[in-house]
Structure formats: C-alpha cells, structure tokens
Design a protein around this ligand. Structure first.
Ligand code: NAG
Ligand code: NAG
Ligand code: NAG
Ligand code: NAG
Ligand code: NAG
Length: 471
C-alpha cells in the first residue's frame, strides 16, 4: 500500500522517466526513499500530490519544464548489456562508461543500473555535452572501491562520480549509492584517528561522492545516498538544480561528510529530503543565489550553513536564500552564517521560517570571526551581512552553547536582522540567558526567548568601506 502510494506520488514527478518502465512496478524489493513526514507533518507543508508538478511554480525557475513533449521511443542503456555483471566485486567502470557514451548520443537516453545487483565503479567523469534529457538511473546499488587501499593510484582521491557539462539531466532511481566511507574516516590523519587518539599530519584527501560541475537544469530525486568518504553531493558552477526526496546518511562521527554542498550555483530547490551525517547538512558557499529549501530534516548534523565566506581576503556574494518548514535535530549548529575576517562582498536576503529545533547547539549563529586556527587577526574589511529574517524558530537547544549568537564584524555591522517568534528552550538543564550579540542592528517583532537585548535600532553611522560592493 505504501509502496503503491509512493509510486503514485513519485512517478509522475520524474522528469523523462516514463510509465513505459513497467519493471519498476513489478520490482519486488524497491528501496523506498524515506518519508519526509517529520518535516512536512510538523508544519503541514504541502506534500506533493500526483497532479502537482515537482517544479516550483516560480516562473524564474530554470529547471526543465514538466510539459515538454517526451520522445517515447525506447532508449534504455542497461549496463548489463554493456558487460556489467553486478556482483559487487567486478570493476564495472568500462560498462558504465560505454552505456553513458551510447545514452549521451540520443535524446532522453537512460543509463540503467538494474535492481537487485551491486555495481562497483572507480572514479569516473561522466562528461557532456549530451543530447538533452539524459537519465542516470540507479535501481540497484552503486559503489566505489572499498577504501583508500583499493583506490586505484592513478585515480583522483578527491572525487568519485562527476557529471560535467550536462544540460537537462536527471539522476534518479530506487537504488542506493553506497560510499564505503569507513576506511576513509578511519585514516590516521583524520581527527583523533591516529595512534593514541592523535591526528597525524595530512594531506588527508578523501573523495566527494557525487559532483555536478558546470551543468544546468538538473534533477536529482528518489535516491538513497550513504556513507560517503567526504561530501555526499557537491554542485559547483551549476544553474537550475532540483533536489527532491533524497535520503542522505552517514554516521554522526564521520568527518567532513557534508550532505549537499553548493557553490557558484544559482536557482536551486531542495525539497522533502532527510539528511543525517557528520558535518553540515546543507552548506552554501560563495556565488549562490535564489536557493529555496523546504521540508528538509537534518540531524544528526552540523546544521544548515552559509559559508565559510571571505577566506584569504576573497570576495563572496550570497543572496536570496530561503529555508522553510525544516527540522534540525541533534546537531552542532542550527542555522549558521560564518565569514572570515578580511573578506569583502555581501550576504543578503536570507529567510529562515518555521524551523523546529531539537537539542541543537548554536541554534541561530552568525560568526564573522570564523577561524580554524584561533589565530586569525581582526581586519578592517568583512563580508557585509544584511536583510536576514528569523521567523517562527522554535524548539530546544543543547545548553553547552548559547542558542543565539550574533558575532558581527567590528568594522562592518550586520544590519536589518528581523527576529519574530524565536523561542528556544533548554533540551535539558538550565536556561542560558546570556545570548551573545555584537554590532548587530535589527528589530524584534515579538519577545525573543531567551531574551536578547543587543539588537540595535536603525542603521549604524558607517557601514565601512567595503560594505556595498555590488555583488
Ligand atoms: C526519439 O529518439 C530516438 C533516439 O534518439 C530518435 O531516433 C528518434 O528520431 C526520436 N524521435 C522523435 C520523434 O524525436
Ligand atoms: C600510547 O600511550 C601509551 C601510554 O601513554 C604509551 O605507552 C604508548 O607508547 C603510546 N603509543 C603510541 C603509539 O604513541
Ligand atoms: C529568490 O529566489 C526565488 C527562488 O528560490 C525566486 O523565486 C525569486 O524570484 C528570487 N527573488 C529575487 C528577488 O530574485
Ligand atoms: C576581534 O574583535 C572582537 C570583537 O571586538 C574581539 O572580541 C576579539 O578579541 C578580537 N580579536 C583579536 C584577535 O583581536
Ligand atoms: C529588511 O529586510 C527585509 C527582508 O528581510 C526586507 O523586506 C526589507 O526591505 C529590509 N529593510 C530595509 C530597510 O532594507
């Protein structure tokens, strides 16, 4: 019953995936993506109905139009027809490359890794340009070699699967992308994994699992992605990204396993997904704008993070980011903005609305003194932070850190911060009643709990030299 419902909900949503794939329905053992129930139910967020388009109705959204005519001729390139055996032990890289090459040449070509099989491939760049509408569909299990010992010496150990120069592509399936991360997390150069709990000196590169680079109009949906050696998914230089109904998971103590990282990427929607990992749930780097995040559950994790920005005196621009109807639980941070001293540029137009916190450290934090070594100098320039709204942020915090922390730059204040219905209580223990607040301007529309008395009215006398950089 649940599966049927799921199919009804998911299938009309899959761009370029047609009901012609009858074998989906007969698949005895589909791995359903987890229900986004927690986040959605908590706030009555709309759950996609079969009639609804997965593409936000926003006219400026650049993703593929759901109504474009489909080419219904058969164009499935099953990797087993290209020599893959799916036993988990063989190296099937060649079969995947060949299937990709064939699918790339036709419109709406489908590279298919069928269910009930396990495919191992080594680090691979799947390059375009291809004919539009390519679908990379994993119904079985896809995984990299098991740890650094098995990683071919000639392969990059910074990335595993890369999609490059693609336009209009869907990455989907009922299967699992298994990262085999454990042996990477246990390298002696990882924090406290050396002899007697030491950390041996690096380099300590580990591969990001899935990267999209210089691509546009991407849909990633339905998959389970887990145990990444490093970041699970990374988008750089992309435009028009729709992520829906993903499950991402790695253990709480797995280092640097960010869930979804975006940078230099515009027009992004992240919806109905559940992310548990050992680092940022979603991280947003420089050059991102028009990002909409809704009905996402994070935790354990390090929360939703913007930054770090402005490292090595660089210029950073981030604008128009919305996070709504999210749950963040058992996390080291909730909603975090972090910038380095000495950067330039700006972060503007951020809205955080209807966020439920459960046992979170630093629920709401702005840190303009971000520094990894604790030895960074204070500088006169900073990334300017303005127009940030926190509305209906409720729940519980871990008392080891104050739930609200606004540490804005000395020289360039944060401005126009709006707080409305921000009410945070201790998960256990005693109320922290001294939220930190420095050089921040804005308004409280309702009484904040715990009370903050530091938000200053109006605007500062000076915004410093680098403040309006025309990002
Ligand atoms: C559909 O795609 C196939 C394979 O690329 C192509 O041969 C055929 O001409 C296309 N048909 C239409 C109607 O576009
Ligand atoms: C680990 O610590 C113990 C006790 O402090 C010491 O005897 C031993 O030599 C240390 N081992 C290594 C590999 O540093
Ligand atoms: C902000 O981003 C959303 C998409 O998340 C878009 O619909 C909207 O038009 C953008 N607003 C501006 C002012 O660009
Ligand atoms: C930098 O400035 C902040 C805020 O004024 C202050 O708390 C901190 O001690 C300064 N750090 C250094 C290294 O001077
Ligand atoms: C303050 O920010 C809000 C959105 O966060 C925006 O609507 C408003 O125009 C800003 N006010 C000023 C004076 O810039």
């Amino acid at each position: 019953m649940e599966t049927l419902l799921l199919l009804l909900i998911v299938f009309p949503l899959l761009q370029n995936v047609d009901s012609r794939y009858h074998y989906h329905k007969s698949n005895p053992n589909p791995i359903p993506p987890p229900a986004p129930a927690a986040a959605a139910a908590a706030y009555n967020a709309p759950i996609a109905s079969p009639e609804e388009s997965p593409i936000p109705s926003d006219p400026s959204y650049n993703g593929p139009a759901p109504s474009q005519p489909r080419n219904t001729s058969s164009c499935i390139f099953d990797v087993t027809d290209f020599g893959a055996v799916g036993d988990g032990a063989s190296d099937e890289t060649g079969a995947f490359r060949d299937a990709w090459k064939a699918a790339c040449q036709v419109e709406n070509g489908v590279v298919l890794a069928p269910s009930d099989m396990v495919f191992t491939i080594t680090s691979t760049i799947f390059s375009g340009p291809c004919q539009p509408g390519l679908v990379f569909q994993i119904d079985g299990v896809l995984m990299p070699p098991d740890g650094p010992e098995c990683w071919p010496k000639s392969d990059s150990n910074k990335q595993w699967i890369v999609f490059y120069r693609m336009d209009t592509m869907t990455f989907t399936g009922t299967g699992t992308i298994e990262g085999n991360g454990q042996k990477w997390w246990d390298l002696p150069c990882k924090p406290h994994k050396g002899p007697n709990g030491s950390t041996l000196p690096g380099p300590c590169d580990s591969p990001a699992m899935i990267r999209f680079f210089m691509s546009s109009n991407l849909v990633v949906t339905g998959l389970r992605i887990q145990n990444s050696p490093q970041f699970h998914m990374k988008f750089d230089g992309c435009e028009g990204v729709l992520i829906d109904k993903l499950s991402i998971s790695s253990p709480k103590l797995s280092p640097n396993t960010d869930g979804i990282h975006i940078e230099n990427t515009k027009s992004v929607g992240i919806y109905n997904s559940v992310i548990a990992n050992g680092d940022d749930c979603i991280s947003i780097g420089t050059g991102c704008s028009d990002v909409d995040i809704e009905a996402v559950t994070c935790g354990p994790s390090h929360g939703i993070s913007i930054g770090s920005l402005g490292v090595h005196n660089s210029r950073a621009c981030v604008s128009n980011i919305t996070v709504r109807n999210a749950v963040i639980k058992d996390s080291d941070n909730g909603l975090r903005i972090k910038t380095w001293q000495g950067g330039t540029g700006s972060v503007s137009s951020l809205t955080f609305e209807n966020i439920q916190m459960e046992n979170v450290r630093n629920c709401v934090i702005i840190d303009q003194y971000y520094c990894l070594t604790k030895a960074c100098r204070n500088e006169t320039s900073a990334v300017y932070l303005t127009d940030v709204t926190y509305r209906n942020i409720k729940g519980t915090y871990d008392v080891r850190s104050p739930p609200i922390h606004f540490a804005c730059s000395d020289t360039i204040a944060c401005t126009n911060i709006t707080m409305s219905e921000v009410e945070l209580l201790p998960y256990e223990g005693v109320l922290v009643d001294d939220p930190f607040c420095w050089n921040a301007y804005g308004v409280q529309e309702t009484l904040t709990i715990p009370p903050i008395d530091c938000l200053q009215d109006g605007m500062p006398e000076s915004l410093g030299e680098n403040s309006l950089p025309g990002c």
